[in-house]
Design a protein around this ligand. Sequence first.
Ligand code: ARG
Length: 588
Amino acid sequence: MKKLVDLLTFELENAFEKAGYDKQYAKVTLSNRPDLCEYQCNGAMAAVKVYRKAPIMIANDVVAALEGCVCIEKVEAVNPGFINITLDAAFVAEYLKNMNAEEKLGVSEPNKVKTIVVDYGGANVAKALHVGHLRPAIIGESVKRIGRYVGHQVIGDVHLGDWGSQMGLVMMELKRRQPELPYFDESFEGEYPKESPFTIEELGEIYPTASAYAKENEAFKEEALQATYLLQNGHRGYTALWRHIMNVSLPDLKKNYSALNVEFDLWKGEADAKPYIADMVQYLKDEGYAREDQGALVVDVKEDTDTKEVPPCMILKSDGAALYATTDLATLVEREKLYQPDQVVYVTDKRQEMHFEQVFRCAKKTGIVRQETELKHIGFGTMNGKDGKPFKTRDGGVMRLEELVGDINDKMYEKIIENRAIEEEEARETAKKVGLAALKYGDLSNQAAKDYVFDVDRFISFEGNTGPYILYTIVRIKSILAKYVESGKEVALCEIQKAESASAKALMLEVAKFNSVMEGAYEELAPHKICAYIYDLSNAFNRFYHETKILSEENEARKAGYIALLSITKRVLETCIDVLGFEAPERM
Ligand code: ARG
């Protein structure tokens, strides 16, 4: 379905031509003066250069040519040359009816269905999931869902950090504690035990201990690095131990992600790139892309147009060890082989910007990906505490994700039982849903690249620009619709009618923006645009609700019209929160 702005632009194009002007000036946008009009066209001002006339004269000609246009109720030329448009209410109602008849509420199928890999999550195995993993999970999940809604084939890959130095650290710490284990016996040729030598709780403690010890003990640090190197080169005992670390960690990671309503199609990691590394390195050497630099293997990626220093992309360290860039490049080799993606989107901390710049350039330059493959990095900002410093626990430690989610749910629970009498179990379930909305909306409503303040008390508020406010609006609509159905009527039979009040018109105009917002959020990889939209839409709804007698309306046809409007508003809101990755309870 065509977007409302495009339909209007089309009308204006005809009018510009009819009045003797080029239609390239006919672009219509949302009004930035909603007090004056709903949409506007500023083309008359730009056309001045060509036609050498006062812009107001051009605008007047266009307005005259718009005479009789059915979608417009009122159009005015305003000094110095704005064209202000107010839409015809019946036309807007018709537009909403058409939206309502479509499964995707007016979002058109893409011209070409793209295969998109979204690489997000990026948890590091053997380390506890902490708040630093919140943003990639929340943002990536939403980017994935938006892409899918728009009609693309999107594959979500967690791309675990399962191959780095933390593995060596964990293994060597274990060796300190249990040197007798067969994994550390170089002469051991038998079968390694099937049982893991540690539980998830123990693993959670082993890594921080090892990491702290490595900071004060250089020899231990060296040993851990060496162990990582040996693991990467197929050491038998370490590979067996690595498998235990993976087997113990994965169920825990899955549990944590699923509590966030985050689901991956692929549970791959850096280690999966391993089989591709040797051939890739050989290829880079053979084709003359890679050169040696102080023993290391690098690919130059700087370009003449660079305004900042872009260092060469490091492929192998001087000791031959693979690096972060190596596994990312080899993963692209694998993705190319298995999925031929049209686009790969990475969601990480923005401090990794340079890494991705190097990797992307290297992949393009060397033909690891096709020239037309779009490689994108969404670099997000830091989640800060109220003190403006990176978010920490009260005692200054790194907060575990489980703890954070648990805290929010508890606070939400308190709020819910305070509000009304409700069964314990339902209150807990509701608290979980609303808590997740608070958390996700609190994050997603900020532009990803910006730092933001993690303010739980604000996030869980039922008022203001928050997740719970949006859910509250949906719940309110659900309750009205349920009462209507209880009175023996059917929502499905209702027809949207033309607005008779300013608040109804404003609500309808918000609803009508849905396709435009969704497509825009997809193109810009910007979930915050959906948040801003549903906040506006909720405000428009609540204003309408407060100003309108809905269920007590006596004219049945008019009442049915209101119900239809509520029903499409609910569909739009629910679709939006679904792509943001949360859902509304029945009551709250
Ligand atoms: N494990 C990495 C980290 O904790 C994130 C991985 C992101 N994905 C990627 N392909 N590099 O920073």
